[in-house]
Design a protein around this ligand. Structure first.
Ligand code: HSE
Length: 430
């Protein structure tokens, strides 16, 4: 057997403890698969005495993870601290500078600094691996980079945030409002105390920017992602979506056109029959379109100790076997600087919900406003009169350009008969 592969782990939260547990449970299996033993030699975390359900005996302890990355002597540094700046970034920088491979679950770091880190890793002939950063336990990075290596990928879409998918699924199943379900998700531990990264779409956007780079061989461009979260999705929208034959999902979508790459994260209506519509609860799903393979779909748990540790260890096994794939599928200098397109370029269907005065001529005003913006109505639903004097009107459009919809929404908002800011949700045909 070859020399053992030694690891130093920075960060012993849920994922760090899960990784230690997996490595211990599958010690023999992993050693057989790698032809060499995998051994943790050093660890670092904020609190040494915390009970994590795993023993830290036998590992060298470092108070400072950057000292560890520099001085531990290990072959691989596993960064499980999180955050795009600060200690996480310093640990990765120090590890690469010391000639150590880096395995990270840190989507923010890779989304914001991936190209730069990959360039330095490549120059140092070490691996920068991040399977665990996208969709937790789903091996989607390897699937795109290795399994679909023979394809040109034209587009990809996915449910990349389990917290949002849990909230949207529960809202549909129970009819309860967003705030109520979010509070419950926090109590159950599915949503963070500060849930904004999840529910405002930032977490999904980090993952989408990474997937875009791997799928299309371009630089990671997080700033090029249009981001909207799920705060404005109302229980009524979810009920109307069901009535119209759709499910509402927070989607990350990326597609390549001749002009560039259009990356966006927003809540979208997807047809009930679309494979992604069936991905419910805390699950993630990714659908990729390859020119030779056709449509492929990957589904699984996007978070949690076990699934994330599974992805971390898969990267460690690659390193143990000496499998060195370029970080984003091709060498960094060959990554294209493809421009990110504005969402105004999107052409598609739209759902609009209005609360309007129940008086003569209001519908004519709405229709005129849409006609003036060159928007064709596909369907309209107006409910019975209510005592309040206001009624909801729900419209769906034919194919329309985003810029036209935005102009129409502003005009509708200015109509005296429209009582609330119009709500719009994009419909994705999939
Ligand atoms: N907070 C993420 C989610 C998991 O809810 O899917 C980690 O990226």
């Amino acid at each position: 057997m070859k020399n053992k592969l030694s690891l130093a782990i920075a960060g012993l939260g849920t994922v760090g403890a899960g990784t230690l547990q997996l490595l211990e449970t599958h010690r023999d299996l992993l050693s057989a698969r790698c032809g060499r033993a995998i051994e943790v030699v050093a660890v670092s975390a904020r609190d040494r005495s915390r009970d994590r359900g795993v023993s830290l005996e036998g590992y060298k302890w470092f108070d400072d993870p950057v000292d560890m990355a520099r001085d531990c002597g290990a072959d691989v540094v596993v960064e499980l601290i999180g955050g795009s700046e600060g200690p996480a970034r310093d640990v990765c920088d120090a590890a690469i500078a010391a000639g150590r491979h880096v395995v990270t679950a840190n989507k923010a770091l890779v989304a914001l600094h991936g190209s730069d880190l990959a360039a330095r890793a490549e120059a140092a002939t070490v691996t920068l691996a991040f399977e665990a950063a996208v969709a937790g336990g789903i091996p989607v990075i390897k699937a795109l980079r290795e399994g679909l290596a023979g394809n040109g990928v034209s587009s990809l879409h996915g449910i990349l945030n389990g917290t949002c998918n849990y909230i949207l699924t529960t809202m549909r199943e129970t009819g309860r409002p967003f705030e109520d379900v979010l509070a419950e998700a926090q109590t159950l531990g599915y949503a963070e105390a500060d849930p904004s990264f999840d529910i405002d779409g930032v977490d999904a956007a980090h993952k989408l920017a990474i997937l875009t780079s791997v799928a299309f061989g371009c630089d990671v461009d997080f700033d090029g992602v249009h981001i909207e979260g799920i705060r404005h999705v109302a229980a009524e929208d979810i009920a109307y979506a069901t009535e119209l034959g759709y499910r509402i999902k927070l989607l990350g979508i990326t597609e390549r056109t001749k002009a560039g790459v259009l990356q966006r994260v927003y809540p979208a209506m997807v047809p009930l029959g679309a494979p992604i519509a069936a991905v419910e609860g805390v699950y993630n799903g990714v659908v990729a379109e390859g020119d030779f393979v056709g449509t492929t779909m990957f589904e699984g748990r996007g978070a949690g100790a076990g699934p994330t540790a599974s992805a971390v260890v898969a990267d460690v096994v690659d390193i143990a076997l000496g499998r060195m794939t370029p970080t984003f599928g091709i060498p960094v200098e060959m990554l294209s600087r493809t421009p990110s397109l504005s969402l105004n370029e999107r052409v598609g269907l739209y759902y609009i919900r209005l609360m309007v005065q129940d008086t003569t001529g209001v519908f004519a005003d709405i229709a005129t406003t849409l006609r003036d913006a060159n928007i064709s109505i596909e369907s309209a639903i107006q409910r019975a009169r209510s005592d309040s004097g206001f009624v909801p009107v729900v419209l769906t459009t034919h194919e329309t350009q985003e810029a036209a919809i935005q102009e129409a929404l502003s005009s509708l908002d200015r109509l005296e008969s429209v009582a609330e800011t119009p709500r719009m949700i994009r419909i994705e045909s999939m």
